[in-house]
Design a protein around this ligand. Sequence first.
Ligand code: PEP
Ligand code: MG
Length: 756
Amino acid sequence: MAAASAAREILRRLHEVMAARTGAEAKLNQVVQIVAQELSSEVASIYLLRDGMLELYATQGLAQSAVHVTRLSMGQGLVGTIAATRESLNLAEAKEHPDFAYRPETGEDDYHSFAGVPIVRRESAIGVLGVQHREPRDYDEVEIEALQTVAMVLSELIHGAGLVDDAQAARARAASSGPLRLAGLKLVDGMGRGTAVFHQPRVIVEHTVADDIEVERQRVYSAFARMREQIDTMMGQAEFVGGGDHHDVLETYKMFAYDEGWARRINEAIDTGLTAEAAIERVQARTRARMRSIEDPYLRERLTDLDDLSNRLQRIVSGQLGTAAASGLRGDTILIARNLGPAELLEYDKRFLKGVVLEEGSLTAHVIIVARAMGVPVLGRVRELFADVSDGDELIVDAGNGALMVRPQAAMIKSYQAMSVIKARQAERFAKVKDLPAISRDGQRITVLMNAGLAGDAQALDVTGADGIGLFRTEFQFLVSATLPRRERQQAFYRSVLEAAGDRPVVFRTIDIGGDKAVPYLSGAGGADDENPAMGWRALRLALGRPALMKIQARALLEAGAGRTISIMFPMVSEPWEFAEAKALVESQRALLARHGHDLPLAVRYGAMIEVPALIETLDVLLPMTDFVSVGTNDLTQFLFAADRANPRLGDRYDWLSPAVLRVIRRIVREAGAANVPVTICGEMGGRPLEALALLSLGVEKLSITPAGVGPIKALVRSADLGKVKAAMAGWIDTPGVDIRAALLALATNDAVELA
Ligand code: PEP
Ligand code: MG
């Protein structure tokens, strides 16, 4: 309690200083006096970062003639070390510290002990507050904490007075933190360079000293209640969005959210006179300090969770709930997040988004598909991401090599630029084949279509040289919209796609919402009520259950397709009757439009997506009803292996080149061939060179893939002798124990197949 009352007294006096109508320099002089008095120290000094140097700005006890004269660079002397590491120092004998730098002009010869804390704003040091004593003594924790509290208030004061430039401080921090290379998993290939922006920005505490402690206490109290409610709700839905890791994290969150110790520490900080925000940050700073000193990876991770939860509490208390998308991106950006939903990603301006780095993430999660469609490289599963990267850091994402360069040195930037040139040359090479047909060395014509879903994607047809759009994910338009898109808007959108495609085919897939594609305005879809949304009320199930929605979309599609042939495909068909019902529903709308004298499509082709294994057992019933089928390998493998596609732990567990997947696809291709029904493969699998080669070897003739894959896959087809690969595959697929991936890779390499 003595500690609390000492800190309270300091804060009370600082409150008066802050409120006074004096200039910033005078205030800083008063602060050093208060600190010296309250800590009974002979010296108290403030150094500020000016023009990249730490300048003595105010002092009580050192020579006044040294003010604005003594300057230290980042990392130089004790003060420079504190600023560079953003960690406190507590020394009984300052001179014995290896970084001690003697400054005769200050007259500090008489002092033995030294304690200093960084003054931080936006995670960068903007200055240092230090005290010195004649007696050699260690400072106790209460004194260090009092200094840290004063440093928070000083940060507010210094920023308010414009004494330090934030951007300059960020540059100085980056320069002194040094470069790092973090490893991750390639989720979307590519390279990008930009500034780190956190999807959930950290709240900047603007007011540190409380006007009314009771008000602050109440604010924290209700923020805790709200946070606990949120966590309970998330727990309620938890088994869904990824289960596994996600659930464990929530368990830990819950434990901390209800932890009395944490709430008590925040309350104690408020008792000393801090605002709710400042108190949360004060306690968070302690957690971070502990984090740095703990080696045990498990404990460290738990503390990281607590840190994350502190950020959440901070956002609630300050009302700053928006993501970085809300404030808009200003320059080339690398987005940092634990995980993202597809709709969240779509909120960002594609022009500035040069890369995404996730702490979690898995290959076939929809957010990754969206990123691929946007052409944004994504690196996932980067551990220590939040500990090692700060807002504003310069980053290079090299997803292909599974690397994130943090604060890269000039040499790294050069090699990045060189790589970009090579990539551009490769792109040029693909550009050369883009207008050539995908005909294999042995004369087989393969149709290479692309997947699309975003406005502007259809324009990419010319750029990629795709033969058409084999999968248009219409739900993307629903995901980016805050409310249900009206029929007119849907219609105009579909028409613009058809117009951009010209005479190239476009296959529209009716909305596939649910699973990891939740939309706020459709309650019940995508997790809220389903225990297991991937297998829940999603896609066609939802569309048939809410026919009004499907009818509107059907009319919009039919109107948009007036005067041409259009193709409509239904997702997640599990049984043939669902397909029949969906088709009947669209037909009913066609009849309705006809009755009202509307222009209609010349013909409508209906297709089913094969994504649910049960449907494969009833292909004999389904195929005669359809005009075409398309295999969604993302969902099909998810259901085939009972492995959630959004769960990072399962991301690389099952191989698309395993016999189970290949045999199932072979069966579909054979049965559809016998029934004369064209088959397309439209999951992510087809966009990967080796996987595409395997599909072609099974007799697949149409691939619909991510736009960036079109060039490389065309080049692959043109360089391959498919007859040869087919013969080899026929031998491998039924022979137990063959490592098909290795065998295919060896064959492709020997046969000079271009694998990009
Ligand atoms: C699939 O499941 O493979 C597919 C193409 O559909 P989506 O990825 O949109 O679920
Ligand atoms: Mg699917």
